[in-house]
Design a protein around this ligand. Sequence first.
Ligand SMILES: [Zn+2]
Ligand SMILES: [Zn+2]
Length: 65
Amino acid sequence: MSLSGLCQVCESREAKHTCTQCGTAVCDEHFDRTSGLCVRCADTSGKRDVSPTTDEVDEDDFHRI
Ligand SMILES: [Zn+2]
Ligand SMILES: [Zn+2]
């Protein structure tokens, strides 16, 4: 009895791990051991929302002298 499953990311290697978050079977290459997540989950864990680009600090620099 063996896990006849391929990595859901590359679909070319044998899945040896299972993501603890989404349950996706992934191979060694696409598994993050430190977090126990697949690369997909590990990738978005750091930055969930893209902060809006509201940087308006340039105006202050003009009045340096
Ligand atoms: Zn893979
Ligand atoms: Zn995952």
